[in-house]
Design a protein around this ligand. Sequence first.
Ligand code: MN
Length: 201
Amino acid sequence: MYELPKLPYQYNELEPYIDELTMTIHHTKHHQAYIDNANKVLTGTEFENFEVEQILRKIDGIPESIRNTVRNNAGGHYNHSLFWNFMGPGKGGSPSAELSDMINKKFESFDKFTGQFNSAAIGRFGSGWAWLVLDSNKNVSITSTANQDSPISANLIPLLGVDVWEHAYYLKYQNRRAEYLKNWWNVVNWDFVESRLKNSL
Ligand code: MN
């Protein structure tokens, strides 16, 4: 059974970029709902004690009758568990050394990288996520997913991701997704992104 992970900081600590009420509702209501729904559909099945990563990597092996519910809710749990750690108080800036080199090689510069990442996030119609991912050849790229689909279901390792569901920004930014994204870079926790890269290379 999945449980809501504790935030590694307080709800108000991403202010002024992400407001306290959004963080509180997002964590205690939205993330909790994905967990409750995933637990409900998985309890009593052979997948009950599987790690969420295992389930999402083998999503095609989940019976069709529950697959979409599992994809959406186990996916929501996994994506949000990462998302809280992709952010942190007093963060922002740019990555150091190894990741910086990979980004510059692939996207020419950090600014071009954030520009392309923002375009992917803005271009995601409706609800979903934009990601920086690592593929099995150890190349980085930008992708986006719909709803709560997760890159690990496509055999990609998510290094960084941003939630562009309206529930992630609507209270403070209303429909202004681009403004949310612009501010979001001020809370990106590159230390966590780099640790994910190191563990994946
Ligand atoms: Mn969300």
